[in-house]
Design a binder for this molecule. Structure first.
Ligand code: NAP
Length: 452
């Protein structure tokens, strides 16, 4: 359930079992597959999207079926699935965002980064949003993960460079009209704790349109961080710190935009103007102290500064959403599980035949490839349960029956053959415009497929 990376990696592992004939039906609620590869990966990171070729190879294997445009909970329920399959696995990812929990968070021009990302990637459920940069000069992005870096890059790139990508047309138009000059990335801890990866940090120093800046005192390691870095003995982490400290010695090259990475600062409140829009934020300055688990955590020093900004994106992580009739751990935003087997919330025993993989299993961490071993672990649990009989036999063991039921409930069921037709159209449109693809909207896809 969910045709993103985790769903495809799971299908690949299951279909690769020579010793056990397994058929896999992969469901997707959207009209297009690939999940965050299509709707999350930044448009200027086209190379990462080539992983869809291996997903297409999985889809061409015997035993694979794809049911797109089917919403779990309404068009198909857990009961339906349990009646028709030995095993049901959720690979639905983390579909919403975490909040900062500070005053002013809901002012105008304060947005979750997840929505901005989905919008510039043409996600059908977010296409209606509007981000207007035509009167905005200063933007703060809260958080220093890879999503925050993606947002900062998209805001500071020249639109001409994005015009050759698969970015949504509305987003390109909004960015062409942008008056953004100053972007801040705000980390509550220090450079050694920044969540973004080293190549992403390096890329920020190579932006053609923006000078990158850090404050020397904020990228210098405090004694606790220095000791932690020495203990970790992690070459990539050292490199990342070196990259960030290298930014401190740079003279501005006079580029039209400026990107400032701040560390050891936490937003306390967003301040509004007379019309209810963001005009500034209060930032607490932090120091690092040892937390109970040994991690270094931010503690306010008592110093507060006001940072004038016209727009804020909170990029403090994704969060899973509950699935109808499936246990959910509200605190962690995941389905409780042991190595992919869904656990009953009270007995903590595995619920026979119910599994999870990807972000809904472990939370929103890692890169796309991280989902491969994660899905393999779940796939192996499924295989073990099929072999031992722990996965219950379905009441209806007939592949045609479920397809009939789905078509009854959703006359616009999209198969992988349908999708390939759409993908070919998107590529042809892209080729004609010097872009990898031009994404069709939900309405265009349905019209092309002759959906009612
Ligand atoms: P993330 O990596 O978990 O980063 C979240 C950031 O938000 C951290 O810096 C965190 O700081 C900060 N934060 C959390 N709560 C905060 C608060 N209340 N106030 C201030 N800061 C707060 O999440 P993400 O950036 O959303 O990325 C999700 C996953 O997708 C990650 O695994 C990421 O690597 C992956 N991804 C990869 C790519 C790529 O490969 N290019 C691109 C996009 C996303 P603390 O560390 O102090 O908690």
């Amino acid at each position: 359930m969910g045709a993103g990376p985790a769903g495809f990696f799971l299908a690949e592992r299951l279909l690769g079992r020579a010793d056990l004939p397994i058929a896999v039906d992969l469901y997707e609620r959207l009209p297009a597959p690939y999940g965050l590869v299509r709707f999350g990966v930044a448009p200027d990171h086209e190379k990462i999207k080539t992983v869809t070729r291996s997903f297409d190879a999985v889809a061409s294997r015997p035993g694979f079926r794809y049911f797109g445009n089917i919403e779990f909970g309404s068009e198909v329920t857990l009961r339906d699935l349990q009646r028709h399959y030995h095993a049901v696995c959720f690979t639905t990812g983390a579909q919403t965002d975490r909040r900062m929990g500070i005053p002013g968070e809901d002012l105008d021009r304060s947005y979750p980064a997840t929505e901005f990302v989905a919008w510039y990637n043409g996600h059908p459920r977010f296409r209606h949003l509007r981000f207007d940069f035509s009167a905005v000069e200063r933007v703060a992005v809260v958080g220093v993960g890879n999503v925050a870096v993606d947002v900062a890059r998209i805001l500071t790139r020249q639109p001409a460079a994005l015009a050759g990508t698969d970015i949504a047309d509305d987003a390109l138009a909004a960015l062409r009209a942008s008056r953004v000059r100053e972007v801040y990335l705000l980390g509550r801890r220090g450079p050694a704790q920044a969540a973004f990866t080293t190549p992403e940090a390096r890329e920020l120093g190579e932006l053609p349109c923006a000078d990158v800046r850090v404050l020397a005192e904020e990228v210098a390691l405090d004694p606790l961080s220095r000791a932690a870095v020495e203990r970790a003995d992690d070459r990539m982490l050292r490199k990342k710190i070196e990259v960030l400290q290298g930014f401190a010695g740079r003279a501005p090259a006079g580029k039209p935009r400026r990107l400032t990475l701040r560390f050891l600062v936490s937003p306390l409140a967003l301040l509004g103007d007379a019309r209810g829009g963001v005009r500034a934020m209060h930032l607490a300055r932090n120091r690092l102290v040892a937390g109970p688990g040994g991690d270094l955590k931010a503690e306010p020093t008592g110093d507060v500064e006001e940072l004038p900004v016209d727009m804020v994106f909170r990029s403090v992580g994704y969060r899973g959403v509950p699935l109808a009739d499936v246990p959910f751990d509200e605190k962690r935003g995941i389905v409780p599980n042991a190595a992919g087997r869904v656990l009953h919330p009270h007995t903590l025993h595995p619920i026979p035949g119910l599994y999870v993989a990807g972000w809904i299993k472990r939370g929103p961490s890692g890169v796309i490839g991280t989902n491969k071993p994660d899905a393999a672990e779940t796939a192996d649990a499924i295989v073990a349960d099929l072999r031992s009989g722990a996965a219950p036999a379905p009441a209806v063991d007939d592949g045609a029956a479920i397809e009939g039921l789905l078509r009854e409930r959703q006359p616009c069921l999209i198969t992988f053959e349908d999708w390939k037709e759409i993908a070919a159209l998107e590529s042809a449109r892209g080729e004609a415009n010097g872009r990898p693809r031009v994404k069709l909207t939900e309405a265009e896809i349905k019209a092309k497929l002759g959906c009612p």
